[in-house]
Design a protein around this ligand. Structure first.
Ligand code: ATP
Length: 317
């Protein structure tokens, strides 16, 4: 039976600004999303039964209908019943490297990979924007994960405008293995604590434009200036996550004290903290220094870098 093997990169947020509450329960956002080299490997294979089967090497990731990869396959079955009848069921194998519930879009990128994989298995010939539109029905980060690179995301995060690619800014990621932050909790708490000061009239373009402050970091990205990008990092969700999770704040403080760190911030709803570097050597050195400064086996550290792509097909059988 045919199969495809795909690489599904994680993302970090270089910028996350909450512009206002939306009546659908989501928030109006202005984000800058960046693909990174840390990635899961996904295999998608046609099987002779008419079922969807998920295998995963990570004990915290469900393999039932709540798995985002499973949900992506279900969506394809619903959208393309004739192809499903012709090609049969799908077996999805997830080899997770991306930490779970970490603010790195681990589930979303798996969903994006399954959409791309099934498109190939079933020879549908969908365009990137068709895949992104399907992805938007599964989760706000899924459309970005399809094409990846560097992009501005607005709306609830699903409306994308590409930015020039940022290749090879080096990154250290730090996450406590046992610490998870629910994205829903972070946004809900933000709404409770700061909702009143938010822009509520999301249809008013002028009001929205004056509320967005991403201009300076966009300019730094256009200038391809890592030092300036690092100075303009911003994440509104830090306002609720840092007070509730002192370990996350401590990670930032430890990073900020190391030589060579251009800037440091929490990614998405956390709890992953990242730091940016000019060179791989500096990143490797700081990884060791953080390991010495925080003696805790629960702390995972990764060296990675910015990359210019989303889902990639690496082999087909
Ligand atoms: P985001 O940055 O998009 O908010 P995240 O990195 O914070 O995402 P995920 O890793 O996507 O969070 O996991 C969130 C929850 O989704 C976890 O509780 C996990 O059990 C569940 N989940 C479902 N499918 C997957 C998957 N394929 N990979 C990882 N987690 C999954």
């Amino acid at each position: 039976m045919p199969s495809y093997s795909l690489i599904a990169p994680a993302k970090i947020n270089l910028y996350l600004e909450i512009l206002g509450d939306r009546s659908d329960g989501y928030h109006e956002l202005a984000m800058i999303l960046q693909s990174i080299g840390l990635a899961d490997q996904i295999n998608v294979r046609s099987i002779s039964t008419d079922s969807i089967v998920v295998h995963c090497n990570h004990p915290q990731v469900p393999t039932d209908q709540s798995n985002l990869g499973y949900r992506a396959a279900e969506l394809m079955v619903r959208q393309f019943p004739k192809a499903f009848a012709k090609y049969g069921g799908v077996e999805i194998t997830l080899n997770k490297q991306i930490p779970v519930a970490a603010g790195l879009a681990g589930g979303s990128t798996n969903a994006a990979a399954v959409l791309v994989g099934i498109d190939l298995l079933w020879k549908l010939g969908l365009t990137q924007s068709e895949l992104e539109e399907l992805g938007g029905t599964l989760g706000s980060d899924v459309p970005f994960c399809v094409g990846g690179g560097t992009a501005i995301a607005t709306g609830r995060g699903e409306q994308l405008s590409p930015l020039p690619s940022l290749d090879s800014i080096y990154i250290v990621l730090a996450k406590y293995r046992s610490l998870e932050v629910s994205t829903a909790w972070a946004y809900k708490t933000y709404r409770q604590q700061f909702g009143n000061s938010d822009l509520r009239d999301s249809d008013n373009l002028a009001a929205r434009a004056s509320a967005v402050h991403s201009g300076a970091i966009v300019k730094a990205i256009l200038d391809k200036d890592p030092g300036e990008i690092a100075q303009k990092l911003h994440n509104d969700l830090e306002r609720v996550v840092l007070p509730a999770y002192p370990q996350v704040l401590q990670l930032q403080e430890v990073f900020a004290n190391q030589e060579g760190v251009l800037g440091t911030m929490m990614s998405g709803s956390g709890p992953t903290v990242f730091a940016l570097f000019e060179s791989q050597q500096q990143a490797e050195e700081v990884k060791l220094q953080v390991r010495e400064a925080i003696i805790d086996e629960d702390l995972e550290l990764f060296v990675t870098r910015t990359i210019t792509h989303g889902i990639q097909v690496v082999s087909s059988v």
